[in-house]
Design a binder for this molecule. Structure first.
Ligand code: HEM
Length: 404
């Protein structure tokens, strides 16, 4: 990653793995939006990078001309996976996120009730207890790594609890997901290694639940039908895989980014501590400003947007994070306003693939921040230079040295 040639011209040669971009992409998006709102690069297999809110809104609806069959920013050819029996069976299939119509809708419908506001609220007390236990573990030291001692465990243990897999193995799950999404972003051998581990894990679990159903999410998915037929095993394995992958890195990043922000902005930190009624709008503002997720689309038919003609085989990055900073869509777009009234951010995407887990993500953020502020209202970065970020598909802090 670090050895890539530096970027001279972001409009024609951007690099989403460039260290400065991973650390702070906002200046690049702002420059591009004025100069070249849909940038292009040949790096990492080539792709287009839109930066305007209205373009993102248009792109997500161009289905299936912009297909979700390949949502990875750096992709691998299907033939290259054939040598491996596990990958040959599954590829990167993770419905509904990797499905186009008509397959997409029934798969999505299966998941939505499991992540409704009511279904999600049932997990609130689990998450609250967890946050308190985590803080009990380090509060007396007056210091912690906000990313590794706190933020990461909240989505990892909560999604394990929701899916019905062993919460005590959450560190292992995090290792797999980091392997897949961080190292595996650009290192395809690593990606395949962790993809294989995840598929095997869920394959075995799905087979076990088929033989002996339980009152859990996997058994529930196995009991569903599509067009009168039981859901395919491969689809259930893919869905479970998606829930674990989508459930951990994303929310870890959002909780971490919010803590990073409040650690450095005493005026915001104190306002939130004194006006807890601001939590809902402050969380939406954190999601807007530090939106972590960029997904890709594969062009399947020639389409024209603005001055750009996209050809079949091209890749377009759904740069939801940049759209959230578009001054045509948000007043004072680069300012953090904890009580922002009009905030139609698209951190959870938009259109047919809009995040199915947004209620769970919001609940986890709400609990994580409320419990933190209740126990540790005053905190700061002990070593700002030691903060590290992951980027690419999911952007968020991975080391946050705090003292309090
Ligand atoms: C702050 C945390 C999160 C953010 C920012 C986020 C963001 C996103 C985005 C941008 C998409 C759209 C992808 C696309 O258009 O290709 C998406 C889809 C999805 N997310 Fe999330 N997500 C978060 C948390 C979660 C959690 C906790 C789950 C847990 C189950 C989850 C499950 C999903 C699923 C299943 C989809 C696919 C929906 C479909 O294709 O119909 N997400 N998410």
């Amino acid at each position: 990653m670090g050895s890539n040639p530096p970027v001279d011209d972001w409009a024609t040669d951007y690099d989403i793995f460039d260290a400065s971009y991973v650390k702070d992409p906002v200046p690049v998006w702002n420059e591009l939006r004025d100069k070249c709102p849909i940038a292009h690069t040949e790096r990492w297999g080539g792709s287009w990078l839109p930066t305007k809110y209205e373009d993102l809104q248009a792109f997500v609806r161009m289905v299936p001309a912009l297909s979700s069959k390949n949502v990875l920013v750096v992709s691998q050819k299907r033939e290259e996976m054939e040598f491996d029996p596990v990958l040959a069976e599954y590829g990167n299939s993770a419905p509904p996120i990797t499905s186009d119509p008509p397959e997409h809708v029934p798969m999505r419908r299966m998941l939505l009730p499991l992540f409704s506001p009511k279904a999600t609220e049932a997990h609130r007390s689990f998450t609250e207890n967890l946050c308190h236990q985590l803080i009990d573990g380090f509060i007396d030291k007056g210091a912690c790594d906000g990313a590794l001692d706190y933020a990461v465990h909240i989505p990892a243990k909560t999604i394990a609890h929701v899916i019905g897999v062993d919460e005590d193995r959450s560190d292992e799950f995090v290792g797999w997901i980091r392997g897949l999404l961080e190292e595996g972003n650009t290192d395809l051998e690593k990606r395949n290694k962790y993809n294989r581990i995840l598929r095997r894990f869920f394959g075995e679990l799905v087979d076990a639940r088929k033989l002996a159903p339980r009152d859990d999410l996997i058994s529930h998915l196995l009991a569903q039908e599509i067009n009168g037929q039981p859901v395919a095993r491969k689809a259930v394995v893919g869905m479970c895989n998606l829930l674990l992958v989508a459930g951990i890195d994303t929310t870890w990043s959002s909780i971490g980014s919010a803590l990073w922000h409040f650690a450095q902005h005493p005026e915001h930190r104190r306002r939130l501590a004194n006006e807890p009624e601001l939590f809902p709008s402050a969380i939406e503002e954190m999601l807007r400003v530090y939106a972590p997720v960029t997904m890709a689309r594969l062009v399947t038919e020639e389409v024209q947007v603005g001055d750009v003609t996209f050809q079949p085989g091209d890749k377009v990055l759904m740069n939801f994070p940049a759209a959230n900073h578009d001054p045509d869509a948000f007043e004072d777009a680069d300012k953090v306003i904890l009580d922002r009234e009009k905030n139609r951010h698209i951190a959870f995407g938009i259109g047919p693939h809009r995040c199915a887990g947004s209620n769970l993500a919001r609940m986890e953020m709400d609990v994580a921040l409320r419990v933190w502020f209740e126990r540790i209202p005053e905190f700061e970065l002990s070593d700002p230079d030691a903060v590290t970020w992951a980027g690419g598909q999911v952007r968020g802090p991975r080391h946050l040295p705090f003292r309090f």
